[in-house]
Design a protein around this ligand. Structure first.
Ligand code: NAD
Length: 244
């Protein structure tokens, strides 16, 4: 299936995990893909790297402009860069709140604002945001992270409304716990990482974590012009967690 042939995409946070899997799948389906991340030195062949921190507006504007020039336009933006945070409202500091909201929420708004002038010129423009089931399912000790993803959920609907008349679709994926380097880092902190991983798998209805490739399939589906009537959708890829 090469349904994205001749289309172009920017994926943020695509040096690792879900973003990398999405960048590779978009490429496999025919798109030319630019990666926007903090470090882009070790990307697989064919992915174009642009270094930027999504919390820095100048860096974002510059990277998006350079990427769109190199790609000769822009059809797809995947807003995926994000960081985690653990804690209750009593535990997280103001500094942590500002930092996580700046990356996970304002970062998406910044990259979107920089990309919209280019997306407007596309006849099949789509934005896909990476939300999380933390937005809608109360996870223990994830107050700040959940609030940030709740904002992504709302932002997706707000942006879908604002740009529908211009033909720009805005959707999101909501992954459950996915087997990415991020989760590996969390498990590495456990006393017995292997036992903790087995317990985490056992807690999933499907008996295992979601894979980055499965989330990438949903991102690519939402980005594809063949789904031209889907906008404002938040698609759960969570092994049933939200619905069973
Ligand atoms: P990851 O840590 O493997 O990858 C995240 C990428 O984002 C990294 O390459 C990192 O460098 C980049 N990044 C972080 N801060 C950045 C910044 N300020 N500017 C630019 N790039 C930045 O994580 P992942 O698990 O692949 O997560 C990707 C997205 O998926 C995140 O938005 C996360 O909230 C979401 N998510 C992950 C899970 C999960 O279980 N892994 C579940 C639900 C949602």
């Amino acid at each position: 299936n090469r349904d994205l042939e001749s289309l172009t995409a920017i994926v943020t946070g695509a040096a690792s995990g879900i973003g990398l899997a999405a960048a590779l799948l978009l490429q496999q389906r025919g798109a030319t893909v630019a990666v926007l991340d903090l470090a882009v030195d070790d990307l697989p062949e064919g992915l174009l790297g642009f270094e930027a921190d999504v919390t820095d507006r100048l860096q974002v504007d510059d990277a998006v402009r350079c990427a769109a020039l190199r790609l000769d336009g822009l059809d797809i933006l995947v807003n995926n860069a994000g960081i985690g945070a653990q804690g209750t409202v009593e535990e997280n500091t103001d500094e942590e709140w500002h930092r996580v909201l700046d990356v996970n929420v304002v970062g998406m708004a910044r990259v979107s604002a920089a990309a919209l002038p280019y997306l407007r010129a596309s006849s099949s423009a789509a934005i896909v945001n990476t939300c999380s089931i933390a937005a809608t399912n109360g996870l223990p000790s994830r107050a700040l992270y959940s609030a940030s993803k709740g904002a992504v959920f709302a932002l997706t609907h707000a942006m879908a409304t604002d740009y529908v008349a211009e033909g720009i679709r805005v959707n999101a994926v909501s992954p459950g716990t996915a087997s990415t380097p991020w989760v590996d880092r969390l498990l590495a902190q456990a006393a017995d990482p292997d036992a903790e991983r087995a317990a985490l798998n056992a807690r999933q209805a499907i008996g295992r974590l979601v894979t980055p490739e499965e989330v990438a399939e949903a991102i690519t589906f939402l980005a594809s012009p063949s789904n031209g009537s889907m906008t404002g959708v938040v698609l759960e890829v969570d092994g049933g967690l939200s619905h069973l």
